[in-house]
Ligand binder design. Sequence first.
Ligand SMILES: Cc1ncc(COP(=O)(O)O)c(C=O)c1O
Length: 404
Amino acid sequence: MKQGWRDSIASRQQAAHDAGLWRTRKVLSSHQGVEIVIDGRSVINFSSNDYLGLAGHESLKLSAEKACRDFGVGSGASHLVCGHHQLHHQLELELAAFVGAERAILFSSGYMANLAMAATFLTKGDLLLQDKLNHASLLDSAKLSASHFKRYAHCDVEHAAKLLSSVEFNRCMIATDSVFSMDGDVAPLRQLQSLASDQQALLLVDDAHGFGLMGATGQGALSNQGLSPVAEVLMMGTLGKALGCYGAFVAGDALYIEHLTQFARPYMYTTALPPSVSASVLAALAVLAEEGDLLRARLNANIRYFKRAARKHAVTLRPSSTAIQVVVIGDSNQSVNISRALLNQGINLTAIRPPTVAKGAARLRVALSAAHTFGQIDQLIELLSQQLSKLAVEKNSAELNGHD
Ligand SMILES: Cc1ncc(COP(=O)(O)O)c(C=O)c1O
């Protein structure tokens, strides 16, 4: 007999509960930032991607407010119908100039931008090659394309080259995160670019966690490794992380950007961002130009301070020199228990579990901000190390009992 809707949904939900994978949402009633109110309680936040503290910046708020007054709330249509506002146009020009590309195109989110890439550029007979730990949106893009899809071992350019030589293909796209969102490590972009260039492949770099933070003026991870989004290199940058706003863009050679404008379905068939969002991103770019050096210096000082404090308290971190610092716990329930205990002690540090990370690799992902104080970081490390020691004791005694 066929399983009914309610039974199949209930069993899927029960399985998620049993595996410690049930998600709950905390309700935020303050600005995003390092001090937030969730579920009615004030806590110190270590889980937001607002790396430079711009989400609540006065000048961004004022710009959005003015744009709402001048141009209303919604954009009313997709870009190709009549939703492409002059603020969107100006933003595309400024983003392209900022990252050193011929052109840029706005997308309503990074997820949608990434979804567009493989389906727009690749077809049957082509090859899509991706890092195993790429963001879900890049991995999901493979499902929308008729191309052949292969994943290389994390940051392993030799493996990528081997895969490239093991299959017949017409054209190839290599796609990678710049900074890996759940690990914080950085892709070897120069080597990947060299491989792509040898193979006449297109290189797509998802710079969600590098844009605004890396490079001399925050142009992103490509610039940090001496590259730029020109020729056969495309860059996807998000506007909801370091820039504190919302949306995304793809920057590159005019030919490729025009191709996205003409053919990218996640661009064509959705309402354009509200003009006020573009106004606030333009304000964020102005803040970056004025205060970017100072904000990045503060963030980098916080990263160094956090790593030193972790070492002092014997908290083991994944190798990372970025704002994303990770403590792998392994078990999903244990990760959630630590996250809950920290929340009770006034710290928001969300547990990251499968399928966001691999099975058995649940973790606590610390996202540092320029706005954190050393005192807040001390508080996190002290409470976290207490929780980790408690977990180690529990594991030891469970093992001893198991050996009885
Ligand atoms: C690496 C990476 N790419 C893409 C995205 C998606 O960006 P957005 O939040 O703008 O949809 C994220 C966001 O979580 C990300 O971490």
